[in-house]
Design a protein around this ligand. Structure first.
Ligand SMILES: [Zn+2]
Length: 292
């Protein structure tokens, strides 16, 4: 008994001694910050991305800047909640007034809150672009139509040459997945909120296979409006058109596009249209004279 106590005390003493030794050699503050840094660095990359993915899937709707087309809420958390979907609000009441686009396969197709894709539309030639994603495993959202995927690869090459490190986050989204996302958003935040920040099924540009959301490691792979003020976002805004992409939801144009500013959402339209849209500082709605 006594011996154990003694050993215990020695143990405590030794522990304390070590600590004080450390404290003496380095100021406490420096220690603290160093520890934090080390901890963060030591986190295995895989855990980090998984964590981010979870975050992304859960947080979307909480923060305006990350909700939008509901991309971030597309994972299991949302899907799980969808299990309880019985709400009638899934089919928006005014969706019947929306017009169905005539040429859904056109790379110039305009899909928005007033214009929807035909029921059951699936884009042709979906493929996974060879660009870095923030997660490794295959997922539907890694895909884009081939023409857009090849263009995105060129954009990433150009960015890389300019010292810009982009990461792809979310591309194609099927009707069913959009449906699940929207239903989940309605359930969590009510239909009004859901409509503002996530697309009604059939109305998401992601369903065309021509859009990709991109982000950066510095933002922990989140979709944030902060991207617009970072060199990566600025590079995108100034150069995306050279590769056939437009920043689909520019700042200050939400009255026209129906969505808040999304510096991360790239939409492929081809170099010709993208360059004209860029030069006119326009949205697709303005360019095609489709302003609601
Ligand atoms: Zn998007």
């Amino acid at each position: 008994m006594r011996r154990m106590l003694l050993i215990g005390m020695i143990g405590v003493f030794a522990l304390t001694a070590c600590q004080s030794e450390t404290n003496e050699s380095q100021p406490a503050k420096e220690n603290a910050s160093k520890n934090t840094t080390i901890t963060e660095k030591e986190k295995p990359a895989k855990d980090e991305s998984a964590e981010e993915q979870d975050k992304a899937d859960q947080e979307p709707e909480e923060d305006q800047t990350e909700q939008n087309d509901g991309e971030k809420s597309d994972s299991s958390p949302s899907d799980d909640k969808n299990g309880e979907k019985e709400k009638p609000s899934q089919q928006p009441s005014d969706d019947s007034t929306a017009m169905v686009v005539e040429e859904p396969t056109s790379t110039e197709v305009v899909v928005n809150k007033q214009r929807k894709l035909p029921d059951g539309y699936t884009p042709p030639n979906l493929t996974v672009p060879e660009v870095p994603f923030y997660f490794d495993e295959f997922h539907e959202k890694k895909q884009m139509r081939e023409v857009a995927a090849r263009a995105l690869e060129e954009l990433f090459k150009g960015a890389d040459q300019a010292g810009i490190d982009l990461v792809a986050a979310s591309g194609y989204r099927s009707y069913d997945r959009q449906d699940a996302i929207f239903a989940s958003n309605v359930q969590q935040h009510g239909e009004e909120h859901a409509r503002q920040f996530s697309a009604v099924p059939g109305h998401s540009e992601h369903q065309t296979g021509l859009a990709m959301d991109v982000t950066v490691a510095k933002l922990s792979f989140q979709l944030s409006q902060d991207l617009g003020d970072m060199k990566e976002g600025e590079w995108l805004a100034e150069n995306a058109h050279n590769y056939g992409f437009v920043i689909r939801y520019p700042e200050g144009k939400s009255d026209i596009t129906g969505y808040e500013y999304e510096p991360w959402h790239l939409r492929y339209v081809g170099k010709d249209v993208a360059t004209k849209v860029y030069n006119q500082n326009a949205t697709l709605e303005e360019y095609y004279n489709l302003v609601p």
